[in-house]
Design a protein around this ligand. Structure first.
Ligand SMILES: Nc1nc2c([nH]c(=O)n2[C@H]2C[C@H](O)[C@@H](COP(=O)(O)OP(=O)(O)OP(=O)(O)O)O2)c(=O)[nH]1
Ligand SMILES: [Mg+2]
Length: 318
């Protein structure tokens, strides 16, 4: 017999200091005592947003004021298949109370598992939450431009950017040059000092990926792989342009996807942009956090998030 599908609206309620709210499932429900994000089943005729607001009122007595779609994630349990629509809730009225006699706890994502066992499908969001939401991509070109790049890097680190990508298809000595490797190592060291991460585009040698914090795979390079190419402690991003790329990112168990280009951009003048509507539709199928790329700048981060993005990525615009 085929398993039933359950559609659930889930609130990832986030305080300004990064803490999230978890609740312990009440006695008598399936998975009693396991920790989860507040939320519950979407009823017939309800939108996800309506279900989210209703569930958070019923379970916590809060009124949602600001919420954005984040990741739709499917998980197969022994008895059913759950479709979890994770939404970020960033503003609400009232103080959460356990109206179903459930225990509640505020915790940083990295400490959440100290509370006790979390539902299996609720573990991936803890890792996603540690992924920064602004992703800066290099375009340095040559060793002569290295001082200007390092100065820009320091400025961006000071501004709180915590995710970078080295991507130098047009490096004057070629993308495998020793001069570029040396600059990669200097860049990585400066990132490490500030707790930022540096990914290496897959046009560069594979040996560099694990010297840094992981890889950003071009879509066609991802398709050549059969499994996740690096261990869980590294980050894997995949550049996607269509639904097939997104689904393949899932198979490779990537950490996130960069999807675009969303708006017109000088780097792809002859290809039509996706636009926000298509971005949102495709993103809803990804099952992973998504960065919007193409014509982005920081003022567009809220727009991107309203359209389901985890964050924004780009070369210029910082
Ligand atoms: N709320 C929530 N549900 C989750 C999470 N992770 C996860 O696998 N689930 C699963 C467990 C359940 O099978 C389903 C949610 O159903 P539920 O029992 O909470 O639904 P509900 O609040 O509407 O409760 P009820 O009225 O049906 O008793 O989704 C999570 O983080 N939060
Ligand atoms: Mg519930």
């Amino acid at each position: 017999m085929s398993k039933p599908h359950i559609h659930v609206a889930v609130g990832v309620i986030i305080r300004d200091n990064g803490e999230i709210l978890l609740g312990q499932r009440p006695k008598g429900k399936p998975w009693e005592d396991w920790w989860e994000f507040p939320g519950g089943k979407i009823e017939a005729g309800e939108s996800v947003h309506q279900a989210l607001c209703r569930e958070l009122k019923e379970e916590l007595d809060i009124e949602v004021e600001q919420a954005t779609p984040w990741v739709n994630f499917v998980h197969e349990y022994p008895k059913n298949i759950v479709h979890l629509a994770f939404w970020k809730v960033t503003r609400w009225q009232g103080t959460p109370k356990g109206l179903e006699n459930q225990q509640l706890a505020w915790t940083l994502p990295e400490s959440a598992e100290q509370l006790g066992q979390l539902l299996p499908a609720s573990l991936p969001p803890l890792k996603w939450l540690t992924t920064p939401n602004r992703y800066v991509i290099s375009a340095i070109g040559s060793a002569a431009n290295a001082p200007a790049w390092l100065e820009k890097l320091d400025t961006l680190l000071d501004r709180g950017i915590r995710l970078f990508q080295l991507r130098e298809p047009n490096w004057d000595e070629g993308p495998k040059a020793e001069s570029l490797k040396a600059l990669m190592q200097e860049t990585h060291q400066r990132c490490q000092q500030k707790g930022a991460r540096l990914l290496i585009n897959s046009i560069h040698p594979k040996a560099w990926w694990s010297l840094a914090d992981g890889v950003q795979l071009k879509a066609q390079d991802a398709l050549l792989l059969e499994e996740r190419p690096l261990s869980e402690d590294k980050l894997i991003g995949i550049s996607a342009h269509n639904l097939a790329d997104l689904l393949y990112a899932n198979i490779l168990r990537a950490d996130f996807v960069v999807l675009g280009h969303v708006l017109p951009t000088v780097s792809h003048p002859n290809q039509p942009p996706l636009g926000w509507e298509t971005f949102a539709q495709l993103g809803a199928e990804a099952g992973l956090p998504i960065f919007a790329i193409g014509g982005m700048n920081e003022t567009l981060l809220p727009v991107a998030q309203q359209n389901g993005a985890h964050g924004i990525a780009g070369i210029s615009g910082w």
